[in-house]
Design a protein around this ligand. Sequence first.
Ligand SMILES: C[S@@+](CC[C@H](N)C(=O)[O-])C[C@H]1O[C@@H](n2cnc3c(N)ncnc32)[C@H](O)[C@@H]1O
Length: 204
Amino acid sequence: MGQDPGSGPLEQVTLLRAGDRSDAIYDEWADTYESDLLDRFGYSGHRIAADALLEHLTDPGAAIVDYGCGTGLVGELLGAAGCRIVDGVDYSARMLDVCRAKACYRSTIEADLTRPLDIPDRTYDAMICAGVMGAGHLEPEHFAELFRTVRPGGPIVLFGNATPYVEEGYAARFAALDWTIERTETVNYMAALNRPGALVIGRR
Ligand SMILES: C[S@@+](CC[C@H](N)C(=O)[O-])C[C@H]1O[C@@H](n2cnc3c(N)ncnc32)[C@H](O)[C@@H]1O
């Protein structure tokens, strides 16, 4: 499955290899991330993921965690839909600065999602994670620690680059984790590029 890597910081994060970190690139990109992705490349991953989660939420008071919240695009959509309790977690301090200025999260936490998290088991009713799938970001095995923080039965929505999803066997690797996958879908998520994304919806 081929994809256009884009250019500038988008290309840099797209071409990262297993074991690389991406926080320095996102720190540098933070101030122009939204204009770049939304206006230039037509990014819609945040919207695809948020819409999928909203289909599964019945209670606007549900406690939701947004892993890899970045500048808060997902939180803005969830807030606009009436969700009142959304926490965001990310390891880029500069992306979090932009996010915090929007005040659409109950709290934001700076943490590396490839490491054990200081969040108790079953803290959240639902989880969303958009644009954080692949080398230099999160691989399927990293999600076990994130799923632990969601209560049994809680909806989980993941959305990310479909190229590693297909080429690196993510479907089987996600299926091996402690959750039930209900639906997967492939959809282009950058209108200006050939950039297929994988939407994975399941329950803890
Ligand atoms: C493409 S952005 C997506 C941001 C947001 N979810 C969106 O849809 O616009 C990826 C985000 O994941 C964060 N990220 C990548 N790897 C991470 C890790 N190991 N721990 C915490 N955050 C990570 C980056 O800092 C960045 O903010």
